[in-house]
Design a protein around this ligand. Structure first.
Ligand SMILES: Nc1ncnc2c1ncn2[C@@H]1O[C@H](COP(=O)(O)OP(=O)(O)OP(=O)(O)O)[C@@H](O)[C@H]1O
Length: 737
């Protein structure tokens, strides 16, 4: 749209110039302070860490100010009671004297911008949208909520012009934020309390993703203290989708957010091993939690017969009844496998030390054993440091990583048979495979296994630690070793010294100063990181095992869950949210979004017929607009690919700057790849994305993999939809094309 130089636009340009001047000033000030802070001479650690904290703060502030450059101010409210207007923007800005120049959209004051309506103006006379490009006002658009004030406006009463302009805009590769046009039903969800699990349910294009992302920004603003240390985790279905949404949050000036697919949740694992849908579906089932627990228990072994152990030329035994007692004691600690292992080892070593003392301390005259507790303690230490004996005990209760456990399990039919006795024979056969690499569905199983196994004693590479950290750690060890006790009356006592269990590098690692790495970076590297809030988008895609892994990421159970069950890919998709959360004892509630901002009425008419065949109960969304383009059908019995290429060219010409996508099956996508001017996507890849024009190729083949997949494919377009079929299509909805 060309710039409209109306008096109102001219007036707002002056105001905007003032705001940008202030923004520049704030940025310069922060840059100056950053420079000063970097140059600061420091004498000791405390001063250095103070300087680093300052540097971090100013860098963060500059990043924030840079992020709001585009669209800094987008709205103005005029009140009935006062002549002072309120300007609304991406951040709050104050003048040097303290006067508020710009109000943050997330603040309570900012909220009125979204809620005031003609029917309920709440003291608001006029809402003005400022449309800008760079630092220039393109035009202003008013909604007059108070009839008496209609005279001085650029627009009509109650106009939805700003929303319609936003919806008609061409779609690019990345999602844009909606701060200027958040609707009342969306605002309510964005600002809902932090606590509990809130499900945001709604048909395609109702703004679930947009709302979820703005909620992340709102929560980080409103609950900054609570969330800034722990951060917010956002889960989306695939890397393409994460790329698509990744620009929204920086645009909202939020940084402490980690974006991940469920398959990226286990640090150090790249889940790129292909797997059939049947295997993935099985691995996602809740029953696998029991399988993993059994697989861990199966690695805590009691020998059937006493096993001989050689110590100093004497034959001692790993005795089944003592091993059983040691295993029970270790299990009773309630600790994860690797952490309970110490109890097991101590018990077994204590028994071996007792056996040894009994042999060599035997009184030839038949009296009491000649050796005392101190001697036995000494033997225990010696036995504990014997590598052969340690190895023999290790077999009975090995230290295991999650990867080792699953690699061993899935490559052994015997281990599968034992751990997965609850599964049917043919299901167990599905689990068996050769070692090497991880699939997406493996990730939640690795997480489950890691939970049962606990931490492994790791030795940090010395190069990563400073001399001070090592010195600190060594001090701690000296104290710990000095206070070690050897009380043999109590079998629970410390036998191994602190130095056997921890080393200076382990302690040193704990001292690494983490203050200046962003929350998102720290959280990404740490499986046990607990987030302040978790947002799950396209939540219908998550398996029960993935839900278990995610619930562990936020112990306070503070979740926003956005999804649409009618779009679920899997054949075993849940039919209600109650099925997902109902029996878990979790505190959850569902909110509905009812208006589709993406899908025009003409396209929705076709999509709704598919929905009727999926779920008659699901709420039918209301399209907010018509596009004026009826979806079209083309039957291409010969040279379908060539015809699609021609049709893409025609669509591209029709949408100009806008985007075109082909959505089809994986097989057809392979053949169509490389068509210029269009993204060629499978339904899975297209999930959550949108384009100005979409061509769905071979709809009946898509429907054969599930009507829900076809529903997803048909609801990706913001303006134009075409269908290309190799034969007359028979899917529900085809009759209206
Ligand atoms: N209030 C709004 N103002 C402007 N645009 C909006 C608004 N709400 C939603 N939209 C736009 O509508 C489109 C669809 O939104 P979004 O992708 O969040 O929907 P969704 O419910 O997540 O869809 P799907 O179920 O397909 O994933 C996006 O382009 C979004 O920016």
């Amino acid at each position: 749209m060309s710039a409209a130089i109306t008096p109102a636009a001219q007036f707002e340009q002056q105001r905007l110039d003032g705001l940008y001047a202030r923004l520049d000033r704030l940025r310069d000030e922060s840059a100056d302070r950053l420079g000063e802070s970097r140059r600061k001479h420091v004498e000791n650690d405390q001063e250095r860490s103070q300087r680093d904290a300052e540097t971090h703060l100013y860098r963060h502030r500059i990043a924030q100010l840079n992020a709001v450059e585009e669209g800094l101010c987008f709205g103005r409210l005029d009140y009935i009671e006062t002549d002072e207007p309120m300007y609304l923007g991406r951040i709050g800005i104050h003048a040097e004297g303290g006067e508020q120049l710009l109000v943050d959209w997330r603040s309570e004051a900012g909220r009125r911008f979204y809620l005031a309506t003609a029917a309920s103006p709440a003291g608001v006379r006029r809402r003005r949208h400022l449309h800008t490009k760079g630092r220039r006002i393109r035009h202003v658009n008013d909604e007059v909520l108070d009839l008496d004030a209609a005279g001085d406006s650029d627009s009509t009463i109650g106009s939805e012009g700003a929303l319609m302009a936003a919806l008609d805009a061409a779609r690019g590769e990345a999602m844009k934020d909606i701060v200027a046009t958040i609707q009342a039903e969306q605002d309510r969800i964005i600002r809902a309390p932090l606590e509990g699990i809130m499900i945001v349910d709604g048909a395609p294009g109702t703004g679930k993703t947009a709302v979820a992302l703005h909620r992340a920004a709102y929560l980080l603003y409103e609950h900054r203290e609570q969330l800034k240390r722990r951060g917010v985790l956002i889960i989306g279905p695939g890397k393409q989708f994460l790329r698509y949404i990744s620009e929204v949050l920086p645009g909202l000036a939020e940084t402490d957010v980690l974006l991940r697919t469920p398959a990226q949740l286990f640090p150090g694992v790249v889940a790129d091993r292909p797997e059939t849908e049947a295997v993935a579906a099985l691995k996602g089932r809740a029953v696998m939690a029991g399988v993993i627990a059994s697989a861990v228990a199966d690695r805590q072994v009691v020998p059937r017969e006493p096993l001989p152990v050689d110590f100093e030329g004497h034959e001692l035994y790993l005795r089944p009844e003592k091993i059983t007692a040691a295993r029970d004691a270790a299990r009773e600690t309630g600790l994860p496998h690797n952490e309970a292992r110490e109890t097991f080892h101590k018990r077994v070593i204590a028994d071996l030390a007792t056996q040894y003392a009994d042999v060599i301390g035997e009184d030839p005259l038949g009296g009491e054993n000649l050796l005392g507790l101190a001697d036995r303690a000494q033997f225990a230490v010696e036995i504990a440091t014997d590598p052969v004996i340690r190895g023999q005990i290790e077999v009975l209760w090995p230290q295991l990583s999650a990867k080792e456990l699953l690699e061993d399990l899935f490559s052994s039919r015997e281990l599968i048979a034992s751990a997965a006795a609850v599964l049917k024979k043919e299901e167990r056969a599905l689990l068996h495979r050769q070692p090497g690499g991880w699939s997406e569905a493996d990730v939640a199983l690795l997480d489950e296994a890691a939970e049962h196994l606990g931490e492994i004693e790791t030795k940090q590479r010395p190069g990563e630690l400073t001399a001070e950290q090592i010195a600190y750690a060594q001090d701690v060890l000296t104290i710990a070793a000095g206070s070690a006790s050897f009380d043999f009356e109590d079998e629970e006592s410390e036998i191994l010294q602190a130095t056997d269990i921890i080393d200076e590098f382990w302690l040193g690692e704990r001292q690494v100063d983490e203050a200046f790495v962003s929350v998102a970076e720290r959280a990404a590297a740490d499986r046990r990181w607990i987030f302040g809030h978790v947002i799950v988008d396209e939540a219908q895609e998550l398996s029960p095992m993935e839900w278990r892994a995610l619930l562990r990421r936020c112990v306070t159970r503070s979740f926003t869950v956005a999804g649409d069950l009618a779009q679920a890919a899997g054949a075993t998709a849940p039919s209600s949210w109650g099925e997902v959360f109902g029996n878990s004892g979790l505190d959850w509630r569902a909110e509905q979004l009812t208006v589709s901002y993406r899908t025009p009425a003409e396209i929705m008419e076709v999509a709704t017929r598919v929905l009727d065949s999926i779920d008659v109960e699901a709420a039918r969304p209301r399209s907010v607009r018509e596009s004026g383009h009826r979806p079209w059908l083309e039957i291409a019995q010969v040279d379908l690919d060539g015809r699609v290429e021609e049709l893409v060219a025609a669509e591209k010409a029709a949408v100009g700057e806008g985007s075109v996508a082909i959505v089809t099956t994986a097989e057809r996508a392979a053949g169509l790849a490389g068509i210029a001017d269009a993204s060629v996507l499978t339904v899975k890849q297209a999930k959550g994305l949108e384009f100005d024009s979409v061509i769905v190729v071979d709809p009946d083949a898509i429907a054969a993999s599930g009507l829900r997949n076809l529903y997803v494919a048909l609801t990706r377009a913001t303006k134009r939809l075409g269908v290309v079929a190799p034969d007359k299509p028979v899917f529900p909805g085809a009759e209206v094309l």
